[in-house]
Design a protein around this ligand. Structure first.
Ligand code: PLP
Length: 463
């Protein structure tokens, strides 16, 4: 009990305690994540094939399943120091409110202008593009956090940044769009007439409000058809999980300093990058048999890739221009119901997390959106931070566990990732506050339509 009292509300690391290398969890995985496949040949994508799309150094990181520690270049560490280390917060007020014996910690990644963890990878990707002498990068963005983070990173290194923004977000989230433009990015609503894949999608689905998968197809085409440009992606890829390991490394150092060992680690899961980053050093210990942790991915019930998806090779994008990835997927044509407001809407899941989940190293739960927003408001009122809807999926699961501990009297230590702030999500909060938000859980028949779009070839059984 005395020891407990010594733990401050916020544990900050000193600059010299920040990691100087990222940790590559793949190095400790016995079953490596399945490689990306060339959709034409169905053979693993080679470095040569990949480098037309991604920067060279990022291709190397994407393909590297064996090097455990990869040094963070000095320039990136310098940028990290502007907004990191991020605090590890002991949620004393939430614990009190829930009257739980559980100890709750969260790693808060919302303390930068982009408002989320995505800047951790954006700055790394922009750095390698600059170092290679490229003119610019292209990308897609849904809700806008990734586009914002990348705009900031490109502004810092003086790179051109072209963002394809899902059309409904472009129209509904003008503030995000303007933040990106303020940092110098060129923002196009997707699908657009500026790419052939965009024109094709518009012809097939006139009036479509767009999807992430469709914006990815356009961004890839924009990069590969333009001299001196490459495509960058804010989640899902193994390189992004690598960069996000900075979250987990800092969290682990901070906990080790105070002798804290989490029993349960929780993260929201869209494409898997924040969760993959947060858990990586803990998962490393688990894979090496040095420690055990209960690790939980939390996803929306309206976009349940881990809990209800299939573990197969699938397209990463609607336009089917990207390589095939083996992952838990709902099918690249899957689009969450129109009333879905909580983010985390990607149809698939990082191949690293998919493999770890498949091998039983982590669990997954799905939660419905009204319960997520209820948890968000309760959290905001006691802990002060206005959380992003995405992050609130993790809050919801952490609160559920803390309430369970109240009933059983277990003094478990819970760590969750608070990935960002929700200032640009007030339309969703408004709907919730007005009592207009509904839950929607897709039926098996609806999911079957998405599964039907998964490519079928020998060894890729969808059923
Ligand atoms: C993008 C985003 C997520 C989900 O992406 P992952 O790759 O699964 O981490 C979660 N929270 C916030 C705030 C985000 O911006």
């Amino acid at each position: 009990m005395n020891r407990e009292k010594e733990i401050p509300y916020k544990i900050y690391l000193e600059e010299k305690e920040m990691p100087d290398s990222w940790y590559n969890v793949r190095a400790d995985m016995k079953n490596k994540p399945a490689p990306l496949l060339n959709p034409g040949t169905l053979k693993p994508l080679t470095f040569e094939e990949m480098r037309g799309v991604f920067c060279d150094e990022l291709c190397r990181q994407e393909l590297d399943d064996t090097t455990p520690y990869i040094e963070i270049p000095e320039e990136i560490r310098k940028f990290y120091k502007m907004y990191r280390p991020s605090p590890l917060v002991r949620a004393y007020c939430l614990e009190e409110k829930l009257d739980t014996p559980a100890k709750i910690y969260y790693k808060f990644e919302g303390n930068n202008t982009s408002g989320s963890h995505k800047l951790n990878s954006a700055i790394a990707q922009a750095y390698y593009a600059k170092k290679q002498g490229l003119k610019g990068v292209t990308t897609e963005t849904g809700a806008g956090q990734w586009g914002t983070a990348l705009s900031m990173a490109c502004a810092y290194f003086g790179l051109d940044c072209r963002v394809y923004m899902v059309k409904c977000s472009y129209e509904q989230k003008p503030f995000r769009r303007e933040v990106m433009r303020t940092y110098g990015a060129n923002v196009t609503p997707s699908p657009s007439e500026t790419t052939s894949v965009g024109r094709k999608i518009l012809e097939e689905f006139p009036g479509t409000s767009g999807s992430l998968g469709c914006a990815i197809s356009e961004a890839v085409e924009a990069a590969t058809s333009r001299e001196g440009y490459r495509y960058v992606l804010g989640s899902v890829l193994t390189q992004v999980l690598l960069h996000q390991s900075v979250i987990g490394l800092e969290a682990k150092t901070a906990m080790d300093k105070y002798g804290i060992k989490p029993d349960m680690i929780i993260g929201c899961a869209g494409g898997g990058s924040n969760l993959g980053g947060l858990i990586s050093p803990f998962m490393g210990e688990k894979l090496r048999g040095e420690a055990d942790y209960e690790i939980v991915a939390v996803e929306p019930a309206s976009c349940p890739s881990l809990t209800r998806g299939r573990y197969v090779y699938d397209f990463c994008d609607t336009g089917k221009v990207c390589p095939l990835a083996k992952m838990y997927t709902l099918g690249s044509g899957f689009i969450p119901a129109p009333n879905h407001a909580g983010g985390l809407r990607y149809h698939g899941m990082s191949s690293v997390l998919s493999q770890l989940y498949h091998d039983g190293y982590m669990k997954a739960v799905s939660v419905e959106q009204t319960s997520v927003f209820r948890a968000a408001e309760e959290f905001a009122r006691v802990e002060g931070i206005l959380p992003a809807p995405e992050s609130s999926h993790a809050i919801k699961a952490a609160m559920d566990e803390a309430i369970r501990c109240r009933q059983t009297g277990e003094e478990r230590t819970i760590l969750f990732g608070l990935t960002g702030t929700g200032y640009f999500d007030m339309m969703a909060y408004e709907r919730f506050n007005n009592g207009e938000m509904k839950d929607y859980v897709p039926t098996d028949e609806e999911l079957a339509k998405g599964f039907a779009g998964i490519p079928s070839f020998p060894g890729n059984d969808v059923c």
